[in-house]
Design a binder for this molecule. Structure first.
Ligand SMILES: [Zn+2]
Length: 384
């Protein structure tokens, strides 16, 4: 579905909406794969468009820095985070809501509400939604989302009807990777692999300035490479998937196991949850490790080793220049990435006789997904 067309590229005057010059960023070489998937009726006829955004009237006098903006929305399992993003990747306004229950219509209503809130006082030119799940990029349908109620959900057309605006729907890991490539730790890297460590492992690739999603749009599921045959059971149905060893959830599980064994080394861990071992989470272990708790540091180190092993496998297959590691677990910084880099160096095939990829911490934090979704929405053809 890649067009190779340059219609999707912003013109210089459009880029100038952001305060920094466009030339300071890697130039996009073409529209993203899903650009061609926009319905022609929307592209040609033009929906009521910007006029359809609540509160737009009377904005002719807005300063230049507030024009040409995009709204990015990151739909997660627990929260929906949204922001107004300028052409330099800067967040000018933010809002968030809890992800409502399991009803797809309620999630759409929350998105509409956030767009209305953020649209006030900003001239919005496009809207991008990043959502966890497998997408049919040709029509913006979410085929399956593990943490949300979406099953073959025509998210894009539903939202375009509700918002009377063109909407871009992308995978959340792709959105975060795009943001890191455009504005963060992967800036300028022609072959970038992003790995997001959270509940599971999110994966995405940016190759020569475009998001690589594979033949059917479902590439990047690095977390489900089997790394321990017969190992821990994974939600995907297999055993021994990488994300059962190198994610925030894996860290929490290992810590609970350690605490339940009543080991004296886990004393502070147990104390932190008042003896309620089941309340131990990966986020808690990360925080205690950063505070200097030796047992928690060991647990993070172990996860780092698994991370490095999996990255070595990915390097054998993909040969990226840089891995960017994001997600909540990456907040452990060197405690995680030090062991990961050592394990990577030990397990890399052809080590000593080949250039090795850099392993860097993500730079944009938890806002990467919404920044990337907003920026990708700007890359779409403008219908003119
Ligand atoms: Zn799996």
């Amino acid at each position: 579905m890649r067009t190779g067309s340059r219609r999707g590229i912003l013109k210089e005057d459009e880029m100038a909406a952001g305060a920094e010059p466009a030339s300071s960023y890697p130039r996009r070489r073409g529209a993203p794969p899903w650009a061609a998937g926009q319905p022609r009726s929307v592209r040609r006829a033009g929906l009521p468009g910007r006029a359809g955004l609540p509160g737009r009237a009377g904005r002719a006098g807005l300063p230049a820095a507030r024009r040409g903006l995009a709204i990015g929305i990151d739909v997660g399992g627990t929260k929906v985070a949204a922001g107004v993003v300028d052409g330099s990747g800067r967040l000018l306004a933010q809002a968030r809501r809890s992800t409502p229950g399991s009803d797809a219509r309620e999630v759409e209503a929350v998105i509409v509400d956030l767009v209305a809130e953020l649209g006030r006082g900003h001239r919005i030119r496009s809207i991008g939604i990043g959502a966890a799940g497998w997408m049919d990029l040709s029509n913006g349908t979410v085929l399956f989302s593990p943490h949300l109620a979406w099953r073959n959900e025509p998210l894009r057309s539903n939202l375009e009807e509700l918002l009377r605006r063109r909407v871009t729907v992308v995978n959340d890991a792709d959105a975060a990777a795009w943001a890191e490539w455009r504005f963060g730790a992967g800036r300028g890297e022609p072959r970038l692999v992003c790995v997001t460590l959270g509940t599971g492992i999110g994966g995405a690739m940016i190759l020569d300035g475009r998001v690589e999603r594979g033949r059917h749009g479902v590439a990047g599921e690095f977390g489900h490479q089997v790394i321990v045959p017969g190992g821990h059971r994974c939600e995907c149905g297999n055993r021994g998937c990488w994300e059962q060893y190198a994610s925030g959830n894996a860290l929490g599980r290992e810590a609970r196991e350690l605490a339940a064994a009543n080991s004296p080394v886990a004393q502070s861990l147990r104390a932190a949850v008042g003896g309620d071992v089941q309340a131990i989470t990966g986020a808690l272990v990360t925080r205690l490790a950063l505070d200097g708790d030796p047992a928690c540091q060991e647990l993070v180190e172990e996860v780092g080793q698994w991370l490095g092993l999996g990255l070595a496998n990915l390097a054998a297959a993909l040969d990226p220049g840089t891995f960017v590691i994001g997600g909540g677990l990456s907040e452990a910084g060197g405690l995680l990435l030090g062991p990961a880099r050592r394990a990577f160096a030990r397990n890399l095939t052809g080590r000593g006789f080949r250039p090795a990829a850099a392993i860097e911490a993500a730079a944009l934090g938890p806002s990467a997904g919404l920044i990337g979704a907003a920026d990708l929405s700007r890359s779409l053809p403008r219908g003119r």
